[in-house]
Design a protein around this ligand. Structure first.
Ligand SMILES: [Zn+2]
Length: 143
């Protein structure tokens, strides 16, 4: 009896979350990067104790939340890809530092000379011939 009630409540809560999230942008690289930057600023502030650092952190968190909850998905995804184009590696790193560090340890990243697409090869492979997955340019690399 009690379990049945709890189950219904869980379903109800899940349904509400899904309803709320529908049509919203959700987390993307840019919001993740802003959150990481905010955390970095908060840590800096622990040592520096200057108010503006916390204010910047709050603004970054606010902006990140705005992106996650935004209903203008096409505008947000346009901004996201623009920023990724301008500062791709930095943003990917900030968006998920742990995963990027793991990547850097296990893979070598090379940029395609034809289109700039990032291609990764497992470390220790030696000399390899790579075909770009995007523009099919062939180039040599060392991993
Ligand atoms: Zn290419």
């Amino acid at each position: 009896m009690a379990n049945g009630t709890n189950g219904n409540k869980m379903e109800e809560a899940q349904r509400k979350v899904l309803e709320w999230a529908r049509g919203r942008n959700g987390a993307d690289e840019l919001s993740g990067a802003c959150t990481t930057l905010a955390v970095i600023f908060v840590i800096i502030d622990l040592f520096a104790r200057t108010t503006w650092v916390s204010v910047v952190a709050l603004i970054l968190l606010g902006y990140s939340w705005f992106r996650i909850t935004s209903k203008d998905v096409s505008a947000r995804s346009r901004e996201n890809s623009q920023v990724l184009k301008a500062a791709g590696p930095v943003i990917s790193f900030l968006a998920n530092p742990a995963a990027e560090l793991r990547e850097a340890k296990n893979y070598v990243h090379l940029a395609c000379p034809g289109c700039g697409q990032r291609v990764r090869i497992p470390r220790g492979k030696g000399k390899v011939r790579i075909t770009c997955p995007k523009c099919h340019t062939r180039f040599d690399g060392k991993a």
